[in-house]
Design a protein around this ligand. Structure first.
Ligand code: IPE
Ligand code: IPE
Ligand code: MG
Length: 232
């Protein structure tokens, strides 16, 4: 099936799930699942550029993921650090602008400074915005926004004020949210911005996700009738 360019989503959110199960199924440690998951991230970014998608948000680490073992958490941080280091040329050659979403103050200093450097270095790239949700939670995001509004002296706020002050400030709301691994829940991902997102669930475990899976999600999205509460 053909993709229709005018009907593609502008912003795709991806809840990358199933790394642990992918590894466990093979008798491997969970961190090898995360390592394989990073390869899926690279493949997916290639495909997103090919399909001319403008914005992608990858849910990489949630505010709830601190409940995991230190070994697993450190393993994930190392992978993110390495990913940022090895892909700098790629980002600049392909026009990828890196952004992030979430409270970075809880991360190891070398990781957060690496991220800040890459963000600064890629800020003028305009083919694809690669937004990394790190120590991100949708509820924490709303609290962050409201606190900013309080500090600015506002006495009364509206829906748009909250939206404009979220971590995703300046980005379109996600049109499509994809979740891998068969789970059908939002797990605190972009709950405010996702009020009218279309959802696509696939049983594929994240390390197995590829261009074909992405295309299937896009084809499915193009068949949706988005009504926003109105009548067509
Ligand atoms: C998703 O895979 C990656 C992160 C949450 C960082 P999981 O690690 O949640 O994999 P499962 O759900 O245990 O299979
Ligand atoms: C959601 O996956 C978080 C990320 C993909 C980073 P989880 O595996 O943490 O979610 P639950 O625990 O199944 O809801
Ligand atoms: Mg999971």
């Amino acid at each position: 099936m053909q993709l229709i360019e005018s009907k593609l989503p502008t912003h795709i959110g991806i809840i990358m799930d199933g790394n642990g199960r992918w590894a466990t199924k093979r008798g491997l440690p969970r961190n090898l699942g995360h390592k394989e998951g990073m390869k899926a991230v690279e493949r997916t970014i290639d495909a997103l550029i090919k399909f001319k998608i403008k914005v992608v948000t990858f849910f990489a680490f949630s505010t709830e993921n601190w409940k995991r073992s230190k070994e697993e958490i450190d393993g994930i941080f190392s992978l993110v650090r390495e990913y940022l280091k090895t892909n700098r040329d790629y980002f600049n050659n392909k026009g990828v602008q890196v952004r992030s979403m979430g409270d970075l103050s809880k991360f190891p200093k070398d990781l957060s400074s690496e991220l800040e450097n890459v963000k600064e270095e890629t800020k003028d790239n305009d083919k694809l915005i690669l937004n990394l949700a790190l120590n991100y939670g949708g509820r924490a995001d709303i609290v962050y926004s409201v606190n900013k509004l309080i500090k600015s002296g506002k006495k009364e706020i509206n829906e748009k004020d909250i939206l404009d002050n979220l971590y995703s400030e300046g980005l379109a709301e996600p049109d499509l949210i994809i979740r891998s691994s068969g789970e059908q829940r939002i797990s605190n991902f972009m709950i405010y911005q996702g009020a009218y997102s279309e959802f696509y669930f696939t049983k594929t475990l994240w390390p197995d996700f590829d261009e074909k899976c992405l295309k299937k999600a896009l084809v499915d999205f193009q068949k949706r009738d988005r009504r926003y509460g109105g009548i067509k």
